[in-house]
Design a protein around this ligand. Structure first.
Ligand code: ADP
Length: 427
């Protein structure tokens, strides 16, 4: 499957761009990233070792074996129509589980293409099944959660939906892997390499038009480097080209739906009109203005020839209140609210002040701070001096309301295995 995905990266990435809108270069990246999970898990499958445990009493042997958990239900979102499936399918296949995949109703085509690839690769019929639906999303979802034959549900999507599905799965006590929403802080300390922080901010914020669960959602910049960061970041953001994913040089495609566009608009409007200021902000702020200031962007974008497209301008906001929706919720759009901070304690408190706990990022050159901050951030993943954290070799996943379980790495394979222990008595 790895080889077939790589060999067909061009047509597969076109399908991907057509169905979710991301720029073609990002789509190619997603296909190669998806392929990497098949290669990595195919290798790791050789290492699903059992154990021989020394017995407490002589003449006994205690053996531990790993076996496939069984049929897996897989429900995936639209923001990575191929990769979110690949991350689940690869460990399921390699451990010997069959599966029923329900791709996002907005992006069913990559899932079907993957099923075709599986067939060509020789995966036996009936092992990898795809159910697409627009009309019966809820019914298919209920079946995957409540059918006794399915022993595990792996879901990537919103926290609310993850909680809902958890309740349904409780009726059959399924093992669950949940990759849910994030609200990633991106912190730049005063000793950071600002140019590299700006680079990291660009990839972390604007990939897939800001529609990834690990996208930086809140930027905390130390007062001493604030002006420099803001000016360099703004220069780069102003150069981003918005348009159709097939067009050359495009960095920002459309958002997935009109509803997604309305949500981003509502978040920006809420920030700009925010009048409830915290006392701390009011006292520490030199500005008398209430509400956020738009540095660049701030509105829908008009793209010639696509008047009805769900395009939003890459946006930077300053003087945003920590009470506004942008600070509290995942915006899932190309909007970067920038906050100022003065010390480590303050920024850690702000960064951790969320129910989400998926990705976080910070930039520093100070070794002591590097360990200290990484340990205190309440997140499943911490990117230090980088804006890109996802890889097949690393355990992707969150804490708190961002989910349970890990995808990728040796930890990811365990999610698809049951442990059976055998005790043997020899006479
Ligand atoms: P998003 O905001 O990314 O669309 P969702 O959590 O709504 O996040 O959707 C993620 C996945 O959950 C998609 O495959 C979607 O079709 C599916 N989904 C939506 N509603 C239900 C439901 N009631 N039961 C099961 N799956 C659902």
């Amino acid at each position: 499957m790895y080889e077939l995905l790589r060999a067909n990266a061009e047509p597969l990435s076109r399908i991907l761009t057509v169905e979710c809108g991301k720029p073609l270069s990002e789509a190619v990246g997603e296909i190669n990233y998806s392929a990497s999970y098949f290669k990595w898990f195919a290798e790791e499958g050789r290492r699903t070792y059992g154990d021989v445990i020394p017995p407490p009493i002589s003449h006994r042997r205690v053996l531990v074996l790993k076996s496939p958990i069984g049929v897996c239900g897989i429900i995936t979102p639209w923001n990575f129509p191929m990769a979110m499936i690949a991350r689940k399918v690869a460990p399921a296949l390699v451990t010997g589980c069959s599966m029923v995949i329900k791709p996002a109703h907005a992006t069913p085509l990559s899932a079907l293409a993957l099923a075709q690839i599986a067939e060509e690769a020789g995966v036996p019929q009936g092992v990898l099944n795809v159910v697409t639906t627009l009309k019966y999303v809820k019914d298919v979802g209920n079946e995957l959660c409540e059918n006794k034959m399915i022993r595990k549900l792996s879901f990537t999507g919103s926290t609310n939906m993850g909680m809902h599905l958890s309740k349904l799965c409780a009726s059959t006590l399924k093992r669950m892997s949940l990759e849910l929403g994030g609200n990633a802080p991106f912190i730049v300390f005063d000793d950071a390499d600002v140019d590299s922080a700006v680079e990291g901010a660009m990839v972390s914020k604007f990939r897939n038009s800001g529609q990834t669960c690990v996208c930086a959602n809140r930027f905390y910049i130390h007062r001493k480097v604030y002006d420099e960061f803001l000016s360099k970041f703004t220069d780069k953001v102003k150069k981003l080209k918005i348009g159709h994913g097939f067009h050359k040089g495009v960095h920002i495609g459309p958002l997935i739906t009109d509803d997604a566009l309305s949500k981003v608009e509502a978040h920006v409007k809420d920030a700009v009109q925010q009048v409830i200021f915290s006392f701390v902000h009011l006292i520490s702020s030199s500005s008398s203005s209430l509400g956020a200031e738009v540095v660049t962007g701030g509105k829908r974008a008009n793209v010639e020839g696509f008047e009805k497209g769900a395009f939003y301008q890459p946006t930077i906001l300053t003087k945003t209140s920590s009470f506004c929706l942008l600070s509290k919720e995942e915006t899932f759009g190309p909007v970067a609210p920038i906050f100022q901070f003065d010390n480590d304690e303050e920024v850690l408190q702000l960064a951790n002040d969320t129910d989400a706990g998926l990705a976080s990022y910070f930039y520093t050159k100070n070794a002591k701070r590097l360990f200290n901050v990484a340990e205190k951030l309440e997140y499943g993943m911490v990117g230090i001096n980088t804006g890109l954290i996802s890889s097949e070799v690393a355990p992707f996943g969150g804490v708190k309301y961002s989910g349970t379980g890990r995808e990728g790495s040796k930890y990811g394979i365990d999610d698809y295995l049951d442990i059976k222990y055998k005790i043997e008595i020899s006479f």
